[in-house]
Design a protein. Structure first.
Lengths: 328, 283, 424
């Protein structure tokens, strides 16, 4: 997209040049009036932005600062009268808390499985939907439908599907495909619980990533393919050498977005396993939430939240740096 | 130049269709299974060995939801109210802020944009505890407004980004013409520029709508009483509620809750995809 | 533009002010009750309200349904003096103690006289509800931890006496042989009918565990007077469970769903269930009451088991505390209400008079036998954290990721900083 360059030009125009256009000769008067105009301009700009800023200040900026302070305090919401400053002790506690380490490991495990599968599945489905065959509209509807299914409700659906004795998955494996050996207690077994939750996340989020890839595919000019065809390039080669490199921007977008979705995994975990069995599906979000709203340890919860936030922030920045789209 | 043979094209088309059907079926299967379950009698649902197709299609589960589950309409209308309320705040505010950031120069702009970018990249969990404390103080817990305000704040950054790019792309001649005609900034924004960015407003609507409709963590924390809960929070509590053998009614409730948004999605799918495309490229 | 913005600001201000007013505003004589949603489905609350209104004209009721987590939100609300309801029906007295410790509850001392005098209640249950001699909650929905068994399966396995009753196992080891006989596996070695389903869900964990400890030791404390996570009996209990799971005799359905054991019982894929006595009535409705029997946990007839009750609480910020107390005693402990609970859901209430005429029914006879020796859990401020730790560690063990010894050691290590001192 070339928007940034266009806008830059526009800024220059808005300040001096456009005014010059209106008063081509009065350059000196203009300098006098410019200051007054400028102040009025600034006020007008701020009036436009003020309502949004008030809301953002109250519900994002203040919480951001307040939670940072809280993360440095010992604050039990029910038992302590007010937050007591305790320095970095919450963060020191993190390192020693084996449940936190488990939650961190589980979140990473989720991410490591979720993320590549998300990218691959979404790319394949996007390529499928991008083919110029009649009827892909229906497929598109079906493939994208999970986008509008709330993840928590998907969790309820999949709990039923994964049920050991009454679940369709075990039934299909054992009685329809004839593979009784693959029957599992999907959510009750630490070996499979996390993967089951990952599957639900993929079901829900792949559709959205498909759209992001579709956007990238649609933006590739058709004449590149024509040229490739003329050169006798096979479809496979054109995928590898034409399509994929041109999807760089989409990869960056899906990457940054997908990583955040993975790190903030929460909804289906709460609904389906609530961290169990044992703490084999305890994830960072859930552990922070439990500390805050079950044990009322707001300070410690914010320390976990800040850790999670920093993790997501750093990874998404790295992603943007590595896959930054080349300027054309 | 090589011409593709028709046979190859037919094979390719057939492959696309077969793969498409296969992928669609796999993705739709959980929803189909829930619908099938909702049509079964409770004894059939919990029978071992199980059946896939209902032996006898019954409507009892749906009747139970409609007659015996007064929470269901409450959840539904709460969700609707919260979604509409959030949109009512996000749309005008993101349009106004997007205009200022996209078309005007003023001190603090870079700071605001950096803040918006920063907020987009960090998980919302960080905000939850302070927002809980704020709402506890303001007595906003268990009220619809108590969800609308944080949802509006959380969805504004993306909305502002989308609108900012949209306003920026309008050629400046239009705006200059309006100024020469004597219009002030507000009039220019409201009457000249905003009608040109309706498609982007639609994208913001779609993003916000989907995000609010399915939000779980904030809703679960800030809305404790059934009377204030949304579908995403309320329906799962029916599962954990100490009532076993509930999957018949639960499936019926799930199916009913997915119908409205599913229908909206199927009807508006094209606009939806375009909206997300637009939003994703710009945002 | 200015005007529009100012208008917006004012509108938001008015809206928030209005909501503030609505939160503070008071309607005359509305008695608000909060409980988890299932409570209203199971119990005749509307009927109780109607009867109460006949005696106290002008009172109306509002039912508030709590979501999926009960104690914590109330704690958060009441500790900030936020009004939720006049009566809360939640949790066990051992959890309710946290509220009392913060001084958030009204006591019932002034109304426990005459027909409601303290000696008119089942002692075990009322004792659980008192702290330092004062009664802060009224027991409701009381249960004792025991085994529920399938008589027909036991008969086929030769575990019944001449009358077709299940012979109670005397020790965990003997019980283990029962489970072996009752478990049915298919050719691939996969269990298709479990000997037992134990409720290890977070909701039940402490009651299940301590019922086992109490039954085998006669106390839930170790030799130092701490909660027992070190005795050889505790170790034997965990080993029994782990071995049972490992060999496919015990189902772990409760690890993901606290309704799991009930579902197993109802669909006939478990021969025993280690849960509370009330399930015998509930599951009996599905499989036939004649097929089910209550069986004491081995040794619990001599050593006792754990009794569990939910509690009716009235917070200090209740708007109509007197009416609330009256409703709790007059209707929610009325004979008709008690009989409804017993007949339909197998739950007990606290007043002795409500049991009259029912002691001789076979089901209740065995319940009372077990209940006689049942004890309540101690009241601990850090109950919620204890539950979390025990659930995590014992689930990890049941998934064969640690030995029973390690499990006990981990629990001991993690509870070190908690406030688990029993309040009496």
């Amino acid at each position: 997209m070339t928007a940034p360059t266009a806008s830059k030009e526009w800024y220059d125009v808005s300040g001096v040049v456009s005014v010059q256009r209106v008063y081509p000769q009065g350059y000196v008067t203009l300098r006098k009036r410019r200051r007054a105009r400028r102040v009025k301009d600034i006020i007008t700009s701020w009036l436009f932005i003020l309502p949004a800023m008030v809301l953002l200040a109250a519900f994002l900026l203040y919480p951001l600062l307040s939670s940072f302070y809280l993360s440095l305090t010992d604050y039990n919401f029910v038992y302590s009268p007010k937050p007591e400053f305790s320095g970095l002790s919450n963060f020191v506690k993190l390192a020693r808390d084996s449940y936190f380490v488990t939650a961190f490991r589980n979140t990473l495990q989720y991410t490591v499985v979720f993320f590549p599968l998300l990218v691959i599945l979404a790319l394949l489905l996007a390529l499928l939907l991008n083919s110029k065959v009649k009827g892909t509209g229906i497929f598109q509807t079906a493939i994208l439908l999970p986008i509008v299914v709330p993840l928590s409700l998907a969790g309820v659906m999949f709990t039923w599907i994964f049920s050991e004795d009454f679940g369709i998955l075990n039934h299909l494996l054992a009685n329809v495909f004839g593979l009784p050996g693959l029957r599992r207690f999907w959510l009750g077994d630490p070996a499979t619980a996390m993967y089951s939750l990952t599957a639900v996340g993929l079901w829900k989020y792949t559709g959205f990533a498909v759209i992001l890839f579709l956007a990238g595919l649609k933006a590739i000019p058709g004449d590149i393919y024509e040229a490739a065809k003329v050169d006798g390039v096979s479809p496979w080669q054109s995928l590898v050498y034409v399509t994929l490199p041109n999807l760089r921007g989409s990869f960056a977008l899906v990457g940054a977005w997908g990583i955040i979705q993975a790190i903030k995994v929460y909804d289906q975990v709460v609904v389906m396993t609530n961290g169990g069995p044992g703490n084999s599906t305890l994830v960072l979000y859930l552990y922070a939430w439990k500390n805050a709203f079950e044990f009322f340890e707001m300070g410690y919860a914010e320390a976990i939240a800040y850790f999670t936030g920093a993790l997501a922030f750093v990874i998404s920045i790295l992603f943007n740096l590595v896959l930054k789209p080349e300027k054309r | 130049m090589k011409l593709r043979r028709p046979r190859a094209i037919v094979i390719q088309k057939a492959a696309v269709i077969i793969l498409g059907i296969f992928a669609s079926l796999i993705i739709l299967s959980p929803i189909i299974w829930i619908i099938l379950t909702s049509l079964k009698d409770v004894n059939e649902i919990y029978r071992v060995p199980m059946t896939i197709w209902p032996e006898k299609v019954v409507s009892t589960n749906y009747l139970t939801v409609i007659r015996g589950l007064p929470e269901f309409p409450i959840y539904f209308f709460n969700t609707l109210k919260v979604t509409m309320g959030t949109l009512a705040i996000v749309l005008p505010l993101s349009a106004a802020a997007g205009y200022a950031l996209g078309r005007r120069e003023f001190p603090g702009k870079f700071l605001i944009n950096s803040f918006l970018f920063f907020v987009l990249a960090i998980p919302y969990l960080i905000f939850l505890v302070p927002i809980y404390i704020i709402e506890d103080t303001l007595r906003l817990l268990d009220t619809n407004l108590g969800l609308i305000l944080p949802y509006a704040a959380l969805n504004l950054p993306l909305g502002i980004f989308i609108m900012q790019t949209a306003y920026r792309e309008i050629p400046s001649e239009l705006e200059d013409a309006a100024y020469i005609d004597g219009a002030n900034a507000f009039q220019t924004w409201a009457r000249v520029l905003t009608p040109l960015v309706v498609t982007s407003l639609a994208a913001v609507t779609i993003f916000t709508f989907v995000a609010v409709w399915e939000e779980y963590m904030f809703a679960r924390t800030l809305m404790i009483e059934t009377s204030a809960q949304t579908l995403a929070v309320g329906l799962p509590t029916l599962k954990v509620e100490a009532k076993s053998w509930a999957y018949g009614t639960l499936s019926a409730a799930l199916t009913l809750s997915l119908i409205p948004i599913g229908v909206v999605f199927i009807v508006l799918r094209k606009y939806f995809v375009e909206g997300v495309l637009r939003g994703s490229i710009k945002g | 533009m200015f005007r529009k913005l100012i208008f917006l600001v004012i509108a938001v201000g008015i809206l928030m002010f209005g909501i503030g007013l609505a939160a503070f505003g008071e309607e005359p004589k509305v008695l608000k009750v909060t409980a988890e949603a299932w409570y209203y489905n199971k119990y005749p609350m509307e009927e109780a309200a109607k009867r109460f209104q006949a005696d106290h004209p002008g009172v109306s009721f509002e039912w508030s349904k709590a979501g999926d987590f009960e104690v914590a939100p109330l704690m958060l609300a009441w500790s900030r003096d936020r009004y939720i309801a006049d009566i809360a029906i939640v949790a066990s007295p051992s959890e309710a103690v946290a509220f009392q410790a913060k001084g958030l509850l009204l006591d019932f001392e002034d109304v426990l006289k005459g027909e409601y005098a303290k000696d008119k209640w089942l002692k075990g249950f009322l004792d659980q509800c008192s702290i330092k001699g004062k009664v802060y909650t009224i027991p409701t929905d009381a249960e004792v931890m025991c085994l529920v068994g399938r008589k027909d399966y036991a008969r086929d396995a030769g575990l019944t006496d001449a009358h077709g009753n299940i012979v109670p196992p005397k020790t965990l080891d003997e019980f283990y042989t029962y489970l072996k006989k009752l478990t049915v596996k298919d050719s691939s070695g996969k269990t298709i009918r479990y000997g037992m389903d134990v409720n290890w869900s977070p909701e039940y964990m402490v009651y299940t565990y301590f019922s086992g400890v109490q039954a085998s030791r006669g106390t839930i404390y170790d030799d130092q007077g701490n909660l027992d996570f070190s005795s050889k009996e505790a170790l034997a209990l965990l080993s029994f469970w782990q071995r049972g799971v490992k060999e496919g005799l015990i189902s772990t359905s409760s690890l993901v769903d606290h309704n799991g054991p009930r579902n197993s019982m109802k669909s006939g894929i478990a021969a025993f269930m280690w849960e509370d006595h009330a399930r015998v009535v509930e599951c009996g409705k599905v499989v036939g009451p004649e097929k089910l029997a209550i069986v004491p946990i081995p040794d619990s007839l001599t050593n006792g088991t754990i009794a569990y009750t939910m509690s009716l609480m009235i917070p200090k910020n209740a708007k109509h505390p007197e009416l609330a107390k009256a409703f709790v005693l007059e209707q929610l402990n009325a004979p008709w209400f008690a009989h409804y609970l017993m007949d339909n859901w197998g739950k007990l209430l606290g007043l002795k008079r409500n049991l009259e005429g029912r002691q001789d029914l076979p089901v209740w006879k065995s319940v009372f036998q077990i209940a006689e020796k049942a004890v309540g859990l101690p009241k601990m401020v850090d109950h919620a954290k204890l539950v979390d730790i025990m659930t995590t560690e014992i689930h990890t063990m049941l998934k064969m990721q640690q030995t029973p010894e390690q499990t006990l050691a981990n629990i001991r290590k993690r509870i070190r900083g908690l406030n688990l001192k029993p309040l009496e």
